[in-house]
Design a binder for this molecule. Structure first.
Ligand SMILES: [Cu+2]
Length: 206
């Protein structure tokens, strides 16, 4: 006997964005584009099932995650850096939001529970590995500014991810793949946009 279930995704998505400062149109999430100058920030829509990545200092900032007991940065599925969460079997687009820098998304390590202990100076592959399937050892390969790569989330789990070029500049994050996985709280932009994003971050997040 067949049953048809509709509408849940839209309902859940609606809950997900409630409370954000910038309300996104239905079906997508908002993301801040590179600023033209310090007084003008443009917010665009990041499509569903997409991870946007760029340096924390390029405007994604970093968040001290209470849940993961680690500083996370460089990756978002909404607007600013956050822990990531998607259902298993999602066909995910990894989009480089940068105008200047090439980035990657590599699996650093698979963990079973918090804390997210990011290893110091891990060896991350620049070249693509893992045949488009997100598992231990996956590497996207270089993604040029404005370009995307797709990967299928074939296996439920908790993945520490990072950029092979900028791991040490704070581009490392947690990606949870599972039925009920949802994104974590977002980083808060640093007022006046002066400094870099790799700072102490104390007092951010919550
Ligand atoms: Cu990078």
């Amino acid at each position: 006997m067949n049953r048809i279930t509709i509408g849940m995704a839209a309902v859940l998505f609606g809950l997900g964005v409630a409370g954000c400062a910038e309300r996104a149109p239905q079906g997508g999430t908002s993301v801040v584009l590179p600023s033209i100058n310090r007084d003008l920030v443009i917010v665009a829509v990041l499509p569903k099932d997409t991870i946007g990545e760029k340096l924390p200092s390029e405007g994604l900032w970093s968040i001290k995650s209470v849940k993961w007991k680690a500083e996370l940065g460089g990756f978002t599925q909404e607007t600013y850096s956050q822990a990531l969460g998607f259902p298993t079997n999602t066909k995910l687009t990894i989009h480089n939001l940068s105008t200047k820098y090439t980035h990657t998304l590599d699996v650093v390590k698979v963990i079973s529970a918090p804390p997210a202990d990011f290893p110091k100076g891990p060896k991350l592959s620049i070249k693509a590995e893992g045949d488009g399937k997100l598992e231990a050892g996956y590497a996207s390969g270089p993604i040029k500014p404005g370009k995307s790569v797709t990967v299928t989330l074939v296996k439920a789990g908790t993945y520490l991810i990072g950029c092979a070029y900028h791991y040490d500049l704070g581009m490392h994050d947690v990606l949870v793949v599972g039925a009920r996985a949802t994104p974590g709280p977002q980083a808060t932009p640093t007022p006046h946009g002066g400094g870099g994003g790799g700072g102490s971050g104390s007092g951010w997040g919550g």
